[in-house]
Write a protein that binds this ligand. Structure first.
Ligand SMILES: C[S@@+](CC[C@H](N)C(=O)[O-])C[C@H]1O[C@@H](n2cnc3c(N)ncnc32)[C@H](O)[C@@H]1O
Length: 219
């Protein structure tokens, strides 16, 4: 039985049903899931992980950019789903080291590059020639508002930006759910969602999946 967060946006019985349907049988990913629970490392939720994998298989990207590697779980998951190069940004050196170790174990050292950098500065240094088919934002939620223009610049036409945790335990959608100490992040996530919806170069769907996911296509 999975442990449920009482503030989760999806009712527990639905989450239980969804998770019951998702099995992957990958020993390394299982090991990483257990490590993440034991050490409280936030990695993508199982239903979001499956969604990401399906997006990768459908888009068949050549290049993916990820913001927020943590232990490399979602990067490995995406590498399994697509023949592509992945650059993943991580500013915590311990996390970056563990991510590299896991990527090596998975046999994707030539496919996934962990870049130790603060994403909010680093994005502006990436050359426009280095265009991406998928950008997965799973890093500093309060800074997505400052990253969006760079992400759009670095995204191929028809490319996809997937952003995790946009509903943030429901706080983005409703004042009554807001925890006081999270108010700044919540305000910025609300602004980020508005920016996505108003951006003329993007069409965005907001999915109540996991902790809330947006999928934006560059038109
Ligand atoms: C939610 S975790 C990423 C989980 C990972 N995508 C997965 O599902 O396996 C967010 C990560 O973003 C990193 N991070 C936060 N702010 C960052 C920044 N400004 N630049 C780069 N990495 C950042 C954190 O250190 C953390 O490891």
């Amino acid at each position: 039985m999975i442990e449920y967060d009482k503030n989760a946006i999806v009712p527990p019985y639905i989450t239980e049903y969804l998770r019951d349907k998702i099995t992957h049988g990958d020993a390394l990913l299982h090991e990483m899931e257990e490590y993440a629970v034991e050490r409280s490392v936030p990695i993508v939720e199982p239903e979001t992980a499956r969604f990401l994998s399906v997006v990768c298989r459908a888009v068949k990207p050549k290049k993916i950019l990820e913001v927020g590697a943590a232990i490399g779980y979602s990067a490995i998951l995406m590498a399994k789903a697509a023949e592509c190069e992945i650059s993943t940004l991580e500013y915590d050196d311990d996390m970056a080291r563990i991510a590299r170790e896991n990527i090596e174990k998975a046999g994707y050292a030539d496919k996934i590059k962990v870049i130790e950098a603060d994403a909010k500065d680093y994005l502006s240094y990436i050359d426009e020639d280095e265009i991406f088919d998928i950008i997965f934002l799973d890093g500093p939620k309060a800074h997505y508002i400052y990253m969006l223009d760079e992400c759009v610049r670095l995204l191929k036409k028809g490319g996809i930006i997937v952003t995790d945790n946009v509903l943030y335990k429901g706080m983005t959608a409703d004042d009554n759910h807001v925890v006081r100490r999270k108010i700044t992040i919540v305000k910025r996530l609300r602004r980020y969602v508005d920016m996505l919806m108003e951006n003329k170069e993007l069409e965005t769907a907001i999915l109540p999946l996991g902790d809330g996911v947006t999928v934006s296509v560059k038109i």
